[in-house]
Design a protein around this ligand. Structure first.
Ligand SMILES: [Zn+2]
Length: 60
């Protein structure tokens, strides 16, 4: 009984693309965002309109 229906790899986490809800600006998580690192999350600020996109950091 070797049921392994999903062999998907989740290595794309390093290539996460973030989208701004306000102006539809998009860039990679390591791209041109203004990043404010907090204790339990990271706040990405859109360099175009200033909207904030909060990302919970599950890795650290
Ligand atoms: Zn924006």
């Amino acid at each position: 009984m070797n049921a392994m229906p999903s062999t998907e790899q989740t290595t794309e986490s390093r290539k996460t693309v973030l989208f701004c809800q306000e102006c539809e600006y998009q860039a990679a998580a390591g791209g041109r965002w203004i990043v404010h690192e907090k204790a339990d999350c990271a706040v990405y600020e859109c360099p175009r309109c200033g909207e904030t996109v909060t990302i919970r950091d599950r890795f650290a």
